[in-house]
Design a protein around this ligand. Structure first.
Ligand code: SF4
Length: 231
């Protein structure tokens, strides 16, 4: 089960301007927070599903290695998973208020009330806002199955390349489950595969890592991070 909420930064829910929208969601019992970079609305009437886009800025004028692209794919698939669940289900508002220790009936500040009124949904409490978003989400279509990663060169914002890929629900579920098992302490950390050992140069744990100098062949094969979960 997963959930997602959009918070439009300028107080307006306008998906045609859906750039830099905060989102947080509930996935497999864990809350997630992040930002959707861009939502592209379909240009023709036969396709109703918005395309979720993530923009990656590169210091080097090259496309990233496969492991980084894979992380980008995982991130975008999480967004789609959360989006589609919110469109299809009811947002777990009680769990949301409880988890973040929020009083749904606390009266919002005057500034926030003014922003919501200007945006066309006058809200007095946080509960009013959550209800508005739940209603709005229920009217939205599921996200497009095609997802898009866009890479730009930081120096001049020129386009380095775009990677389009299809949503893969089974792959996403297995990755999420693998990550959650580690985060919840239900499995040990996996070893990093040899082709990704370059990451060790940037790792803050390198000085205390017991596996950094060991070749892959000397490690326990069953624990090798062949699917590249975080080591
Ligand atoms: S924990 Fe060790 S193996 Fe993993 S990235 Fe850091 S230095 Fe490399």
């Amino acid at each position: 089960m997963g959930y997602l909420v959009l918070y439009p930064p300028h107080g307006k829910l306008n998906l045609r301007n859906g750039v830099g929208t905060w989102r947080f969601g509930f996935i497999e019992g864990v809350w997630m927070v992040g930002v959707i970079d861009e939502i592209q609305m379909p240009v023709n009437e036969t396709d109703r599903n918005p395309i979720i886009v993530d923009l990656k800025t590169r210091v080097l004028e090259t496309l990233p290695a496969e492991s980084q692209r894979r992380n980008g794919r995982l991130q975008l698939m999480c967004y789609k998973y959360l989006w589609d669940n919110l469109v299809a289900d009811n947002f777990p508002s009680r769990q949301f208020f409880d988890f973040f220790s929020l009083n749904p009936y606390h009266v919002l500040s005057e500034e926030v009330r003014e922003i919501t009124a200007e945006a066309g949904y006058p809200a007095k409490t946080l509960d009013d806002i959550v209800r508005f978003y739940m209603n709005t989400w229920s009217m939205l279509p599921p996200a497009h199955n095609q997802l898009l990663l866009r890479y730009e060169f930081q120096k001049d914002q020129s386009l380095l390349g775009e990677v389009e890929f299809a949503y893969d629900h089974d792959w996403l579920k297995s990755r999420i489950q693998g990550c959650l098992e580690f985060w919840k302490g239900e499995r040990e950390a996996s070893y990093i595969p040899d082709e990704e050992r370059w990451k060790c140069k940037y790792c803050q744990f390198a000085s205390v890592c017991s596996t950094i100098d060991k070749p892959e062949s000397s490690r326990n094969a069953s624990k090798t991070n062949s699917d590249s979960f975080p080591s």
